[in-house]
Design a protein around this ligand. Structure first.
Ligand code: NAD
Length: 368
């Protein structure tokens, strides 16, 4: 059987720096766990624009469609701010999401004990937190028509349309239920069925899918505004949160910050299953290209390394190895090793990007 394939797109700024550390981890898995990947690397964002005059070449897009998973660093930077909107680095990322039809965005909010003090909430509220937000990513208010700014009775009117088909709701609901089965078997679906018809349909379809295919999973519903309150009041009550594009945008950022630094946050975007049963998938840290620290060895590689852990779990069925990697990150943090974004006045050992990668590798090796 051929090795699973992985397309690496480091992108710009610290995307390139953190990906060097991920490559070390990938090599470690080949050498120590017999997990070999066919890895190819290509350009995206400003780096692709510099070479091809576009933020994503057609050949790169074609490759992304063929591989088992894409791992992306970050795109963008001040050098490209002057470019026309159509060729800005971010357009490369959007093209990947759109053409791969990555409709389910997974954003875990997990609080490593060693970093509980970074949260703006009290330690006992976030310590041990482990929730997953599943946000619908390709429809809803950000895409619905009609949209635009129109003239009406002598004044301007801004219009966006919240629109969901049953099929769009059903497929992302299935993603959430499948995930819950691999976790603690609970889904809380959030919408505003009290004031929005799209919310009523959302709730109906989620219930139908639940009844027909996932009755073993515990399902609850919550209005999204209450969901926001509950996320800061008692976030540990949740396992998987399922929600639409607009509410998910807000709720996932809120949940992410419960856990501290941007340098720690991974994400996955999943699409429909391919012929081999694996979902189309792209994994990437939540952070951007951080031009303020690029080239200085200051970037925290953990978000990107944890994104690779998500790839191990969700694309390559290597849940145990994903846990091994997450545990290694947790142990390194617990030992006080810190990149600059995680330094606090009460100490810790300051390390560079590559030293953080090496510390995680050493921890992986001692796990054997
Ligand atoms: P950013 O995430 O790049 O940085 C925000 C702040 O967090 C900066 O101070 C940065 O130094 C810090 N930071 C981010 N990641 C870090 C890490 N791994 N380790 C340590 N510190 C880290 O967001 P920004 O400054 O708003 O945007 C910079 C560029 O990145 C822009 O061009 C923007 O368009 C782009 N961007 C890209 C993505 C993406 O590729 N998915 C996401 C967000 C922003």
């Amino acid at each position: 059987m051929s090795n699973p394939s992985l397309l690496i797109l480091p992108g710009d700024g610290i995307g390139q720096e953190v990906m060097v550390e991920v490559r070390k981890i990938i090599d470690w898995y080949g050498e120590n766990r017999g997990l070999n990947f066919d890895v190819s690397e290509d350009l995206v964002g400003g780096a692709a624009y510099d070479k091809h005059g576009v933020p994503l070449a057609d050949e790169t897009m074609a490759k992304a469609q063929e591989v088992d998973a894409v791992l992306l660093g970050a795109v963008g930077g001040p050098k490209y701010d002057v470019l026309d909107f159509s060729v800005k680095p971010e357009r490369g990322l959007l093209r990947l999401r759109k053409e791969m039809d990555l409709f389910a965005n997974l954003r875990p909010a997990q609080c490593f004990d060693a970093l509980a003090d970074f949260s703006s909430l009290k330690k006992d509220i976030v310590s041990g937190l482990d929730i997953m937000i599943v946000r619908e990513l390709t429809s809803g208010s950000y895409f619905g028509e009609p949209r635009g700014i129109f003239e009406e009775n002598g004044q301007r009117v801004g219009i966006n349309t919240q629109r969901y088909t049953e099929a769009e709701i059903a497929r992302v609901a299935r993603s959430a239920f499948e995930l819950a089965r691999r976790r603690n078997n609970r889904v809380c679906s959030m919408e505003k069925a009290n004031v929005m018809e799209s919310g009523i349909l959302w709730r109906d379809v989620v219930e139908e899918i639940h009844k027909a295919e996932y009755s073993d999973v515990e399902l609850s519903h919550m209005y999204a505004d209450n969901g926001a309150m509950q996320l800061v009041r008692a976030p540990k009550q949740f396992d998987v949160i399922l929600t639409d594009n607009l509410f998910g945008d807000i709720l996932s950022d809120c949940a992410a910050m419960l856990t501290g630094s941007l340098g720690m946050l991974p994400s996955a975007s999943l699409g429909a299953p391919m012929e081999n049963g694996r979902p189309k998938a792209m994994y990437e840290p939540v952070h951007g290209s951080a031009p303020d620290i690029m080239g200085q060895g200051k970037a925290n590689p953990c978000a990107c390394i944890l994104s690779f852990a998500m790839a191990l779990r969700y694309s390559f069925d290597q849940g145990e190895e994903a846990t091994r990697l997450e545990t290694a990150v947790e142990k390194v943090l617990a030992s006080g090793v810190r990149t600059g974004d995680l330094m606090q006045s009460d100490g810790g050992t300051p390390v560079s990007t590559s030293q953080m990668g090496d510390a995680i590798l050493a921890e992986l090796s001692s796990s054997l």
